[in-house]
Design a protein around this ligand. Structure first.
Ligand code: ZN
Length: 197
């Protein structure tokens, strides 16, 4: 795979299908990759949502059969991460001052996000401003509190593995900076659980 000057993948494995509504700004640094599942049943239902006003969405989308689409340039800042968890809390390395500000005994995602998003990478997790999003088509199959997602297909994981390896190689992203969405944000805990790269 190559990347052209506008941030689009050049490879027969990747179908370029831009959705301009996804663009929320310019992305000038890339420090990580966030792997998602769509919580939507089909490729088309996801693409339909990408045509709404100010949609959430990712740079790449992998269909059930492994077909790989690039829906946004990696130079575009998108909304795909949401509120950040605290990296120092997750890693248990917060300073006393950070702990006091984060107040981990309380449930306050907005407050935590506000503190974290002001930190410089890698003191925080990658966020919308500096991460590539990859969406895997996969719905929630159990809507109970601990929502369970469809299992990522073999073909999807094969495409994901290839894409992640190419992006890491081209953009010098370390393997440690690739995350399942719920690891870094307040999302359904099983999202992308069966994704492998
Ligand atoms: Zn997600």
């Amino acid at each position: 795979m190559l990347l052209d000057g506008e941030g689009w993948a050049v490879d027969p494995k990747v179908t370029k299908q831009p959705y301009f509504n996804l663009r929320q700004g310019e992305m000038t640094a890339i420090n990580g990759i966030v792997v998602h599942q769509t919580a939507s049943p089909t490729l088309q239902s996801t693409l339909n949502s990408y045509q709404s006003a100010n949609p959430n969405g990712a740079h790449f989308l992998i269909d059930k059969d492994g077909t790989l689409y690039q829906t946004a340039s990696i130079r575009w800042l998108l909304w795909h991460v949401g509120k950040l968890r605290s990296r120092c809390l997750v890693r248990k390395v917060c300073t006393p001052k950070e702990l006091k500000a984060l107040n981990p005994g309380t449930w306050n995602p907005s407050g935590v996000h506000k503190i974290e998003s002001r930190k410089k990478f890698p003191d925080r997790f990658p966020m919308n401003a500096d991460s590539i999003g990859i969406e895997i088509v996969g719905n929630v199959i159990d809507e109970s509190k601990d929502a369970v997602f469809e299992t990522v297909t073999v073909a999807q994981n094969r495409s994901l593995q290839w894409l992640v390896a190419e992006l890491c190689r081209l953009l010098s992203i370390p393997a440690a900076e690739i995350y399942r969405h719920p690891e870094i944000s307040y999302k359904k805990p099983h999202e992308a659980e069966t994704a492998q790269w």
